[in-house]
Design a protein around this ligand. Structure first.
Ligand SMILES: Cc1ncc(COP(=O)(O)O)c(C=O)c1O
Length: 425
C-alpha cells in the first residue's frame, strides 16, 4: 500500500498490480483483521473463565407461573410480571382487537407518520394514573431514561446519581455529557454533601431508581425531594418496579409516599413489568412533555410501539386501578417469602419488596446455586457483575401475585437445600 501512495502516476501494468494489492489488503482487513484485532473470542474466553459468560435459555412455553425449557416444566421465580397481567385475558383481547384494527406495527416514528389515537389515549390515562399534567410514551424504559437525561442535561449541568441506579440511567448520564456525581447507595448525608460542594451549574438533577431493581429496597424519596428543593434541583424518579405495585391503586412509589411537586418531580415508569406489556413513559408537567417531544432523541428517532401494545396497556391500567386484590396477594406472597427465607438465615440485603436478592457473593457460587435450583425444577437466574458490583453476585428471586402458597413452600424447601449445600445458611 505505501508503494501505491508514493507513485504519483502509475503505469497501466503497475496500476493493475496496485489495484490487486489494494483489493487484497482491503479484503484481508475486512474479513480477518477486525476479528483478530478485537480479540472477541479471547474476551469471551475470559468471561467464561471468570464465570461471567451469559447464555439465553430458550423458553418453549409460558403459562401462569410456569415455563418450559428443553421440555422441562419449571416454576418461574424470575419474572417482573408482578401482577401476572401479561397473560390476563382482558389485555390479550384488547391487544388482539387493536391489532385487527391498526395492524401489527406502527410503521414509523410518531413525528413522521402521526400519532395513533391509542397512544394519545394511553398518555392521558398514564398522566391521570401518575397524577401529573402529561405523559409521553417511549418504546422501552431504557430508551426513556436515555432520552430524558440526554434531553435535559448537557455539559453545563450536573447529575447526582445513586451508585446502584439501573444501567439505563448510567448510560443516560453518560450520553448527556453532564458532570456526573455518584453518591453511595441511598446515603442522603453523602448526597447532601455533594450537593453543597458542587460548584455552579446551569441545571442540577438528582436521579434515582424508586425501587432498586437488583436489591428490592426503596429510595428515601421524601428526603430526596427535600434535598432537591433546598438545592434547586429537579428529581427524576425511575419507578420501573414500583408502578402498579406500590401506593394507592398501584400508582407507584411517589404516591406511596404521598409526594407531589409538579415543578421538581419527573417520573419514569415502565409498561413491561407490573403492567404486563412493553414500553415505558415519562410523566410530568405539560412543558416538560412538550420539550421531550422536541428534544428526546430516543423518542424522535425511533418507531413507535405497536398500537396493540398501547391497547393492552390501557387495559392494564384499568385493572391495576380497580383490582386491589392482585396487589394484596402480591404483598402476602412477598411477606411470606421474606419471613421464611430470613428465618432460615438467608441474607436478603435491605429488600422490603417483591424483588428478593439472595446474596451469594462470588459469581461461581451464585451460578452453582441457580443450577442446583434448576435441578429441583425452579428457574431463577444468578445475577453477576457487571449487573451488580464485584463479589455481590446473587440470586434475584421475584415473586408475583399468581404464585400459590404451595409453590412458594416448594421454593423455600428447595432454597433450604441449596443454601445448606453452598454454605449460605
Ligand atoms: C430500574 C429500571 N429502569 C429501567 C429499566 C428499563 O426498562 P425496559 O425493560 O422497559 O427497557 C429497567 C429494566 O429492567 C429497570 O429495572
Amino acid at each position: 500500500m505505501p508503494r501505491v501512495c508514493k507513485c504519483p502516476q502509475p503505469q497501466p501494468v503497475e496500476q493493475l498490480q496496485n489495484f490487486r494489492l489494494l483489493l487484497c489488503v482491503d479484503i484481508r482487513q475486512r474479513l480477518f483483521y477486525p476479528v483478530a484485532m478485537f480479540n472477541l473470542d479471547e474476551e469471551l474466553k475470559a468471561l467464561k473463565k471468570a464465570r461471567l459468560h451469559r447464555r439465553l435459555p430458550s423458553v418453549e412455553a409460558r403459562t401462569g407461573t410456569h415455563i418450559r425449557i428443553k421440555g422441562r416444566d419449571l416454576l418461574l421465580m424470575a419474572s417482573n410480571d408482578y401482577l401476572g397481567l401479561s397473560q390476563h385475558p382482558h389485555l390479550i383481547s384488547r391487544a388482539a382487537q387493536a391489532a385487527a384494527q391498526w395492524g401489527a406495527g406502527s410503521a414509523a416514528a410518531r413525528l413522521i407518520s402521526g400519532s395513533c389515537t391509542l397512544f394519545d389515549e394511553l398518555e392521558k390515562r398514564l398522566a391521570h394514573f401518575k397524577q401529573t399534567q402529561a405523559a409521553l410514551l417511549f418504546s422501552t424504559g431504557y430508551m426513556a431514561n436515555l432520552g430524558l437525561l440526554s434531553a435535559l442535561a448537557g455539559p453545563d449541568d450536573i447529575i447526582f446519581s445513586d451508585e446502584l441506579n439501573h444501567a439505563s440511567i448510567i448510560d443516560g448520564c453518560r450520553l448527556s455529557r453532564a458532570k456526573v456525581s455518584v453518591y453511595s447507595h441511598v446515603n442522603m448525608a453523602a448526597l447532601a454533601a455533594r450537593l453543597r460542594r458542587a460548584g455552579r451549574f446551569r441545571r442540577r438533577i438528582i436521579v434515582t431508581d424508586a425501587l432498586f431493581s437488583m436489591d428490592g429496597d426503596i429510595a428515601p424519596l421524601p428526603r430526596l425531594l427535600e434535598l432537591a428543593r433546598s438545592h434547586d434541583a429537579v428529581l427524576i424518579v425511575d419507578d420501573a418496579h414500583g408502578t402498579g405495585v406500590l401506593g394507592p391503586q398501584g400508582r407507584g412509589t411517589i404516591a406511596h409516599f404521598g409526594l407531589e411537586d409538579p415543578d421538581r418531580l419527573i417520573i419514569m415508569g415502565t409498561l413491561g413489568k407490573a403492567l404486563g406489556c412493553f414500553g415505558a413513559f415519562v410523566a410530568g408537567s405539560r412543558v416538560l412533555i412538550d420539550y421531550l417531544v422536541n428534544r428526546a432523541r430516543t423518542f424522535i428517532f425511533t418507531t413507535a410501539m405497536p398500537p396493540s401494545n398501547a391497547a393492552a396497556a390501557l387495559a392494564a391500567v384499568d385493572i391495576v386501578e380497580q383490582d386491589a386484590g392482585l396487589r394484596e396477594r402480591l404483598q402476602e406472597n412477598t411477606a411470606f417469602l421474606h419471613r421464611e427465607l430470613r428465618s432460615l438465615g438467608f441474607d436478603l440485603g435491605s429488600s422490603r419488596t417483591q424483588i428478593i436478592p439472595i446474596m451469594a457473593g462470588e459469581a461461581r457460587k451464585a451460578l452453582a446455586m441457580a443450577d442446583h435450583l434448576m435441578e429441583q425444577g425452579i428457574f431463577l437466574l444468578a445475577i453477576r457483575p457487571p449487573t451488580v458490583p464485584a463479589n455481590a453476585a446473587r440470586l434475584r428471586l421475584t415473586v408475583t401475585a399468581l404464585h400459590t402458597r404451595q409453590e412458594l413452600e416448594r421454593v423455600v424447601a428447595a432454597l433450604k437445600k441449596t443454601g445448606r449445600k453452598h454454605g449460605l445458611i
